[in-house]
Design a protein around this ligand. Structure first.
Ligand code: ADP
Ligand code: F6P
Length: 322
């Protein structure tokens, strides 16, 4: 293989740049030219390719976001769009593709694989909802960003004897909510996986007040069964809660920032492994973390199976919220 392309797709995640750098430098080590596809599947369809030299990926290890930019593209979800993507790769004599992104992006990678394009995926999404890996690029940084905000909110909550409802990202997955709840000392966590009622949230905050706590924190995932705004209205009307309520939606703050040491290392290992996997002639797979080791799993599984959060984590959150 002499020419490989790399793209970042879907929601950006801190560490994507470190992965691009590792892919490029591993390619160069094997005399492979690496082309960056700008703006994900949109750039693929438009033929927006750029040769990445070693210097082009200098000084990006510590930068959040992605130098290749990212996009969401509906046309590529169609058979016609996918054939067009394959044609663009052929026009540029690209022999293999590395896709860095979330579960949707990896479904796109699977579509290319079905057309006979050698593809390896790298999991990158702050949601930590990708099957086949303990964690994905960006999760650790996002979690640290959330905890920083949560600690700050607790300071002001304590000063005013208030309760805060904090919404964190996670379209279909409560991982960030649950982990930040455990690590940030929340009274209750509201996730799509283990739905609770508004009454139960009110009860948890009531209990904290009765136990003499100076503040209370509820963390709600974006993908929870009810919107955070509905819940805060309900809690404000719930007169038995001693705390005054405030709502903070953390939003896209969670996606930015310099990757943590953990994410830089993870992205670097994944980038090297993805290129080496492709050059070994393996395709249709994703690199992932299994314990402390990097392994590969079939994209066919990644794109059809759900990553589950073990019940033990919910149990831990419950024990520690007393
Ligand atoms: P993420 O990768 O972060 O989960 P999305 O789910 O938005 O983000 O997917 C990113 C892009 O991947 C989509 O805009 C689309 O271009 C491509 N994609 C998603 N699902 C498919 C699919 N089933 N087939 C082909 N391409 C897809
Ligand atoms: O998939 C990552 C994620 O940050 C989700 O948690 C969130 O729902 C979504 O992306 C937001 O995407 P957008 O970039 O379209 O605002």
């Amino acid at each position: 293989m002499k020419r490989v392309a790399v793209m970042t797709s879907g929601g950006d995640a801190p560490g994507m740049n470190a992965a691009i750098r590792a892919v490029v430098r591993t390619g160069l080590q094997h005399d492979v030219e690496v082309y960056g596809i700008r703006q994900a599947y949109s750039g693929l369809l438009a033929g927006d390719f750029e040769l990445l030299t070693s210097r082009a990926v200098s000084g990006i290890l510590q930068r959040g976001g992605t130098i290749l930019q990212t996009a969401r593209n509906e046309e590529f979800k169609t058979a016609v769009g996918q054939k067009k993507g394959q044609r663009r790769l052929n026009e540029h004599n690209i022999e293999g593709v590395i896709v860095i992104g979330g579960d949707g992006s990896l479904r796109g990678a699977m579509a290319l694989e079905r057309l006979g394009v050698p593809v390896v995926g790298i999991p990158a999404s702050i949601d930590n909802d990708i099957w086949g890996t303990n964690t994905s690029i960006g999760v650790d940084t996002a979690l640290n960003t959330i905890l920083d905000s949560l600690d700050r909110l607790r300071d002001t909550a304590t000063s005013h004897n208030r309760a805060f409802l904090i919404e964190v990202m996670g379209r279909n997955c409560g991982y960030l909510a649950l982990m930040s709840g455990i690590l940030g000392g929340a009274e209750i966590v509201i996730t799509p996986e283990k739905p609770v009622t508004m009454e139960e949230v009110a009860q948890a905050l009531d209990d904290a007040y009765v136990r003499g706590k100076s503040h209370a924190i509820a963390v709600i995932a974006e993908g929870a069964p009810f919107r955070c705004t509905e819940l805060v209205d309900y809690l404000n009307d719930h007169k038995t809660i001693g705390f005054e309520m405030r709502l903070t939606i953390l939003g896209h703050i969670q996606r930015g920032g310099s990757p943590t040491a953990f994410d830089r290392l993870l992205a670097t290992r994944f980038g090297v492994a993805a290129m080496e996997t492709l050059l070994r002639g393996e395709s249709g797979c994703m690199v992932g973390l299994d314990g402390r080791d990097v392994h590969t799993v079939p994209l066919a599984d990644v794109t059809t199976k759900m990553r589950e959060i073990g019940d033990n984590w919910f149990r831990l959150a419950h024990i520690l919220s007393r």
